[in-house]
Design a protein around this ligand. Structure first.
Ligand code: C2E
Ligand code: MG
Ligand code: MG
Ligand code: MG
Length: 279
């Protein structure tokens, strides 16, 4: 409890309610400050084509480097940013920064690397999402097929019809759509069939089970086959061991991502990875 006032030997404590409100306002101010003062960074994690072992894409992952608290995980502040409405500005910064980087990589000779950006579920229903994204792509001369947006099922469940419409519009100008964290939420086979997507990212949970639980592996194998039957490519998230990689290769998984290849790294470190892993 937080001591608010002390008088005549009596202590008055702020109620939990007020404390929560105070924390909310405080955090909200900090986030506002972070946006204005560029406390965010993008880290990059390579995606590997499992048939050639080469980097074919890079996922951009946001980091908040708070001046006092240090590193704050996106899993902590993204939901808060969604709640407070700051998410729009943050996502715009992410898109611009990633596209600017993509342009630089292209100028340095890495033309075929796709960039993947996580799009908050709150963004899919924003009225100007499609023209805004289009404007940013034009600003950095990003051409068709260069960019992939990762969405989650929650985005879709909230408003299926609207989500389908927006995804169609995005794909019209050749943005690739990936369904992230597949297998964690209220995964429904109906969504898979209805959604205009290109890629299925199988959640890390399924991958980490490869070594121990055979049962899960049947599910994983089946998910890979199902995705292929629907014309989708499969990305395995969170590959950490050689055993997991071998299993995924044996079972026809198309693309892999995880600590086994590389952790997400700051921009300075990704170029050396690109140099060694694209030739
Ligand atoms: P995600 O999009 O599913 O990203 C994968 C997360 O798994 C990342 O965590 C990544 O660092 C981590 N990871 C990758 N390989 C491995 C591995 O081999 N083992 C383990 N244990 N973890 C691995 P991170 O960077 O903390 O991001 C967490 C989540 O925050 C992301 O999950 C995504 O949902 C969200 N996020 C990150 N950046 C953005 C952003 O720019 N916009 C939005 N809306 N969400 C973002
Ligand atoms: Mg992702
Ligand atoms: Mg994921
Ligand atoms: Mg995730």
């Amino acid at each position: 409890h937080m001591k608010a006032n002390q008088k005549d030997g009596f202590c008055i404590y702020m109620s939990d309610m007020r404390k929560k409100t105070w924390e909310y306002v405080h955090m909200s101010n900090q986030l506002r400050y972070a946006i204005n003062n560029q406390e965010f960074q993008l880290y990059y994690q390579p995606q590997i084509d499992l048939s050639t072992d080469k980097i074919i894409g890079i996922e951009a992952l946001i980091r908040w480097i708070h001046p006092e608290k240090g590193f704050i995980s996106p899993m902590e502040f993204i939901p808060f940013a969604e709640e407070t409405g700051y998410i729009g500005e943050i996502e715009e910064w992410v898109l611009k920064t990633a596209c600017k980087q993509k342009k630089l990589w292209k100028e340095n000779g890495y033309d075929d690397i796709k960039i993947s950006i996580n799009l908050s579920s709150k963004m899919l229903t924003q009225p100007n999402l499609v023209p805004n994204i289009r404007k940013i792509l034009e600003m950095y001369y990003i051409k068709c097929g260069d960019i992939e947006l990762e969405i989650t099922e929650t985005a879709v469940i909230d408003n299926l019809e609207k989500a389908i419409e927006v995804l169609h519009q995005l794909r019209e100008f050749a943005i690739t759509i990936a369904l992230d964290d597949f297998g964690t939420g209220y995964s429904s086979l109906t969504y898979l069939q209805k959604l205009p997507i290109d890629i299925l990212k199988v959640d890390r949970g399924f991958i980490s089970n490869i070594d121990t639980e055979e049962e899960e592996c049947y599910i994983l194998k089946t998910v890979i086959d199902l995705a292929h039957n629907l014309g989708l490519k499969v990305v395995a998230e969170g590959i950490e061991t050689k055993e997991q990689l071998d299993f995924l290769k044996r079972n026809g998984c198309d693309i892999g991502q995880g600590y086994y290849f590389s952790k997400p790294v700051p921009v300075e470190d990704i170029e050396s990875l690109l140099k060694e892993k694209t030739q």
